[in-house]
Every structure is written in structure tokens, then in C-alpha cells.
Write a protein that binds this ligand. Sequence first.
Ligand SMILES: Nc1ncnc2c1ncn2[C@@H]1O[C@H](COP(=O)(O)OP(=O)(O)OP(=O)(O)O)[C@@H](O)[C@H]1O
Length: 237
Amino acid sequence: MLALTIEGLELTYPGLAAPVLDIPGLTVAAGAHVALTGASGSGKTSLVNVITGMERAGRGRILWNGEDIALLSENRRDGWRLAHVGLVMQEFHLFPGLSAEANVLLPHRLSRLSLEPGMRRRALDLLERVGIERPGQPVETMSRGQMQRVAVARALVGRPGVVVADEPTASLDREAGAAVSDLLLELARETGATLIAASHDERLIGRLDRVVRLENGRIAGEAAVHPGEGTKVAAAL
Ligand SMILES: Nc1ncnc2c1ncn2[C@@H]1O[C@H](COP(=O)(O)OP(=O)(O)OP(=O)(O)O)[C@@H](O)[C@H]1O
């Protein structure tokens, strides 16, 4: 499990008057379950991109268990991400022409000569737990909600130290959204993974233990959440 410390983060794009992210400091304890909330355009996806090393900030330190990923070369950052981060992005980045099962295993197949023992069994188990009945189905023939569930299974198969999810329930109906939230939380607990989820979904936010709200790229409020009070806390921030 990984702890995150952000120091002096600034992300700026050319042509914009103000930084898209301006976060002097933020810490997330190892094993914490944190919701990132905020209006559309407040910087949630940008923050997800920076903390996972997909975007390099102009300024600041992004420390995971003390290691500043901002200092790593692109190759080393890619390797670090594969080893430690389970990612669920808004665009799922699944490979058409491959089955659900092959998509779940693909990042690990690409990085290693052979899969770790048990990985294929775990992939099938995760797909079953997210309600994918046909693991052999090509992903391009799946509904958006099914693709989202495949992306969640892919993020979790390698038992990452941190799971970072950007709107992981956005394409799902109530029932499927609840199943994906359950799975994210169950697996994070099982493996002790830190979970950071950008979300508008009150049912997911309500089950995490801390809410951080962004406004114009800045932290506008944060609070611990007691079981069952997430919606109230998120609304009050
Ligand atoms: N490559 C870019 N160049 C310029 N501006 C950008 C770029 N990427 C993001 N932005 C701007 O940064 C701000 C934050 O965007 P971001 O996608 O992080 O917001 P968000 O909170 O995730 O929004 P949503 O909830 O709609 O996904 C927005 O004003 C967006 O237009």
C-alpha cells in the first residue's frame, strides 16, 4: 500500500491565465479511501493524471512512499505505474479486437515474459465479480457499462498498491454502479490498497473515508467521512 504526499504542485497550460492545479500540500495515508469531488473543470482528471505520472507538472513534488515520481524518466514512470497503480480512466483505453479477459491481462503480458501464476484465474474471477458473463467477448461489442467493468477488473488484477479511478461508475446504472463500487472497496480492503476516486456519485463517495473537494484547481475543502455520512459531508464542503 502506498502513501501520497504532494508538495508545491502547480500545473499550467500555455495560454491559460491561472494554473489548472495549484496545491501547496496534500497527504493521503497508505490504505486510505479518498473521494475527489468538485464541479466539472475543477481539476479532478488533471490531478489524477499528475499523481499517476501520466502528466508531468511544471512545479512540485509527487511523493509515493517517499519516491518523487516527477523526477523519473518517462520509461521509469511507466514501469512504476504498471507495478504500483491500478488505473480506471474515463476513457477506458481497452484494445478492440481482444476479449475482455485478454484486455484484463494485456498490461501484464506486455511487461513480462510470462504471467504470474494465478493471474489468469484472478482475471476470470474479477470479471465474474463485476458481472461480465462472457469473458471471451470482444470488448468492441460490449456496452459502455460493460467496458467500464472490464476496465475496473484490469485495474485490480495486479493487486496494485494504489487504485486511482476517474469516475469509475459514470457509465453504469444504479445496480452496476453499486457492484463496481463494492468491488473497488472490497479489493482495496483485501489488498490494503490506497484508493483515490474522482467521482460525482454520492453512493460511491458515501462509502469512502475522506472527501477532498477541488475548485478551480485548488483544494476548497476536505473532511473525514463517517460511515453513512458521505453524501452529507460532500454537500457541506
Ligand atoms: N491539455 C489542456 N490544455 C489546456 N487546458 C486544459 C488541458 N487539460 C485540461 N485543461 C483544463 O483544465 C481544467 C481542469 O480540467 P479537468 O479535466 O482536470 O477537470 P475535471 O474536474 O476532471 O472535469 P470533469 O468533471 O468535467 O471531468 C479545465 O478548465 C480544462 O479545460
